[in-house]
Design a binder for this molecule. Structure first.
Ligand SMILES: [Zn+2]
Length: 117
């Protein structure tokens, strides 16, 4: 498990957001060879609720409740994290449990590797 994660450099923020926002709009949790930093890595997106969830609809989109999300590249290990989000309903099948405590994806990835566990 890599542990040399790098917080997303600010100079790459706009390019990163453009791709990750597109993934969210397309309801994609992974997109191969899409990293704007290294050009070859697969970008990953993962969501987690803080608690049992409080479903609501905002702007016509269904959400499960308050939570957070992680974004990372599996090649250059750039990552970003937000702890003040609404979790979209489409992410429901692959939610990360509230016990995960890291900003970097190191504790997130094992949950993705064991779907349904
Ligand atoms: Zn990368």
């Amino acid at each position: 498990m890599p542990d040399d994660w790098t917080e997303l450099p600010m100079e790459h923020y706009s390019a990163w957001r453009a791709v990750l926002n597109g993934m969210a709009e397309a309801h994609e949790l992974t997109r191969p060879a899409a990293c704007p930093l290294c050009g070859t890595g697969t970008l990953h997106l993962a969501f987690g609720l803080w608690g049992p969830g409080t479903p609501r609809t905002v702007g016509g989109e269904p959400y499960l409740g308050a939570g957070r999300h992680w974004e990372w590249c599996d090649n250059c290990l750039a990552h970003d994290y937000s702890c003040n989000d609404l979790v979209p309903a489409w992410a429901g099948p692959s939610l990360i449990p509230p016990t995960v405590g890291t900003r970097d994806p190191s504790e997130v990835i094992p949950h993705l590797a064991a779907p349904g566990a």
